[in-house]
Design a protein around this ligand. Structure first.
Ligand code: GTP
Ligand code: MG
Length: 294
């Protein structure tokens, strides 16, 4: 029996459901998800292991027009994924009209010999009769090997997608140990879960001005307790005030939801100490970005 393996990129505009799909395929939450665009900032690997195959999925930041240093680096890392993988899946969502935001992606894919699949996500939301003309439109725009309607949230079409991908794997090694599901460190996963809660609790542009670092993790196995100390970095003093909130209400709310999620993920009690710190205009400063993990 030949062993089959490959890297598979999930790429597309912001907010179409790329991270939701990664989580759905892996059957657990590896990537954070939010109703707002530009949630994912780093590439995240999810490794699907079978007896005779290994598929390494790469979730990427959404591709969009952008100016700040942070967003430029996000988009660059997503586009670079196209060169590093064996199979490309491009995701769009049903309720978008023209899908012009695909142009930079399709331009980057021109001339590639890699199998490219188009995923139309969120079919649970849209009228099904719109699917057929959409599929045809995409096939005219780019020689996709397949156009697959899915619902990453509900799971519809996802099994079929995995089968389609499996049939395109080539003989290759197991890139990662069989019991490995992601390349993320514990600290990164913790900082992402905290960041996810920020997207839910804070309005408008505020989440985009924040970054999270984990300063310390102490595990007391006897007590089943994980003590985490983490920092939220914001760009201005006034943002710091909003993140803390009246009498510390906001930071407590973020901490509480993060702690509940962390307890679910790690299966132990969590003590979470959160601090807010100003790192002036960090998202425009590549050196500060590097310090914060971007
Ligand atoms: N109805 C519906 N909602 C979905 C589906 N897939 C994802 N969503 C929702 O769409 C929103 C964005 O999902 P994400 O997975 O964060 O999207 P993303 O493409 O990773 O976004 P970025 O990381 O910002 O590029 C979330 O609110 C999801 O719950 C789907 O199949 N159906
Ligand atoms: Mg994402």
């Amino acid at each position: 029996m030949t062993f089959l393996s490959g890297y598979i990129a999930i790429i597309g505009p912001p907010n179409v459901g790329k991270s939701t799909l990664l989580n759905r395929i892996l059957g657990k939450k590896l990537a954070i998800v939010s109703p707002r665009p530009q949630t994912t900032r780093n590439r995240i690997l999810g490794i699907l292991n079978g007896a005779d195959f290994q598929m390494v999925f790469m979730d990427t930041p959404g591709i969009h027009n952008t100016r700040t240093a942070l967003h430029r680096s996000m988009v660059a890392s997503a586009l670079a994924a196209l060169n590093e993988v064996d199979i490309v899946t491009v995701m769009v969502q049903m309720d978008q009209e023209k899908h012009m935001e695909l142009d930079p992606i399709l331009n980057n894919l021109k001339g590639t010999r890699k199998p490219c699949l188009l995923l139309i996500n969120k079919i649970d939301k849209g009228p099904k009769e719109r699917l057929l003309p959409m599929i045809r439109g995409f096939q005219e725009r780019f020689p996709f090997e397949a156009v697959l309607p899915i619902s990453a949230l509900k799971g519809e079409g996802v099994g079929l997608l995995v089968d389609e991908l499996k049939s395109r794997l080539e003989p290759g090694p197991r890139f990662f140990p069989e019991d490995m599901e992601t390349d993320q460190s514990e600290a990164f996963l913790i900082s992402e879960i905290i960041r996810e809660k920020i997207y839910y609790h804070l309005k408008q542009e505020l989440p985009y001005s924040s970054a999270v670092t984990v300063e310390k993790i102490d595990e007391d196995i006897r007590k089943g307790l994980l003590s985490i100390s983490a920092r939220i970095h914001v760009e201005t003093v006034s943002q710091k005030g909003i993140f803390i909130g009246k009498g510390g209400r906001m930071i407590r709310a973020i901490g509480r939801s993060a702690r509940m999620d962390l307890e679910r993920v790690f299966g132990v009690h969590v003590y979470l100490d959160l601090m807010v710190r100003v790192e002036k205009n960090w998202s425009r400063d590549t050196r500060a970005m590097r310090r914060l993990g971007y």
